[in-house]
Design a protein around this ligand. Structure first.
Ligand code: PLP
Length: 313
């Protein structure tokens, strides 16, 4: 089964005059290349969850997400590949799966979609809602939104194990904190996990990381820094400056990033480098957490932003 195979995504150095000027090395862990459909950190987080579900003999997994969720997309694809039924509870009653590429794909993989109001979605982990879902779908393995639970962390810790090079910093974008929690648990004392929050929610990621690590046998977060200055207005918010950065990044380095997570992290890394945050000689690893499927659903928003003030890139 594909999820038991060792992953080992490639490590690619990227060059820029800014990095040279500050004598920094930046290596990108290309987890976006792990799997064509189950991309990036979602592959890492699903790996041990899927094994557990198979072991317990449970027939289905239920999880939660927004309309463009990378997690929902990956879970639907993984479920189809390994032969486990999937159910996606989606935020937004009004959504039409046929008009949204993420949901259309999920449903084509056989995922059952249930649309709920934003109010109801906020109560998604309540006992009464779980009971309601069990009445509708039978018993299931409940995977939290974003796929972050205790079983997600060891999969993410394996990113560090695969880096057979010394490094000083390892960076990842953060939405629920699961990925950076797993990474931080695997570091040596002299290494720093640098999480770039994509949410406008001060203190939230650190809190989540501590709670997630609490629920495992993994070592507590060592040397974790959460950077909260590059959310660009909040989750899913994009600006002209961010999109221009994303496009010039792709032109300069030859691979795509997306605006919800990876572009915010790379923007942050370059900006911090420019401000002298990293000591001279630092070796920095940045995890490309994938999620490029989300770009399809954003194309018209991106065109509108770039078109409205004339395209400078
Ligand atoms: C889900 C996701 C993240 C956030 O990971 P967390 O473990 O929730 O912090 C980062 N990047 C991409 C591309 C994602 O899809």
């Amino acid at each position: 089964m594909m999820f038991i195979e060792p992953a080992n995504s490639p490590l690619q150095e990227i060059k820029s005059t800014l990095l040279d000027k500050h004598k920094l090395r930046l290596l990108v862990k290309r987890d976006d290349l792990l799997h064509p459909l189950v991309s990036g950190n979602k592959w890492r987080k699903l790996k041990y969850n899927l094994q557990e579900v198979s072991k317990q003999g449970l027939g289905s997994i239920l999880s939660f997400g927004g309309a463009y969720s990378n997690h929902i997309y990956s879970l639907a694809a993984a479920g189809k590949i390994v032969g486990i039924k999937t159910i996606g509870v989606i935020r937004g009653e009004e959504l039409d799966p046929q008009s949204n590429p993420t949901l259309k794909f999920a449903s084509s993989c056989g995922m059952k979609l249930k649309f709920v109001s934003r109010e109801k979605f906020r109560e998604k982990y309540s006992k009464s809602f779980t009971r309601e879902l069990e009445e509708e779908f039978g018993s299931f393995f409940l995977l939290p939104e974003g796929g972050s639970n205790a079983l997600a962390l060891p999969g993410c810790a394996e990113i560090v194990a695969e880096l057979n090079k010394p490094f000083d910093y390892i960076c990842s974008p953060c939405g629920t904190g699961g990925t950076i929690a797993g990474i931080s648990s695997a570091l040596n004392a002299h290494q720093t996990a640098l999480g770039f929050s994509v949410l406008k929610a001060p203190g939230y990621i650190k809190e989540q990381v501590f709670q997630l690590l609490e629920s495992t046998q993994l070592p507590k977060a060592r040397n974790l820094e959460v950077i909260e200055d590059y959310h660009f207005g909040g989750y899913g918010k994009i600006t002209r400056e961010l999109i221009a950065f994303m496009e010039s990044f792709e032109n300069a380095h030859g691979f795509a990033i997306e605006p919800v997570y990876s572009a915010k992290m790379f923007y942050g890394i370059f900006d911090l480098a420019n401000k002298g945050y990293f000591p001279t000689g630092s070796e920095i690893v940045a995890v490309h957490t994938g999620g490029l499927q989300g770009l399809y659903g954003m194309e018209s928003r991106i065109r509108k932003i770039m078109g409205s003030n004339g395209n400078k890139t």
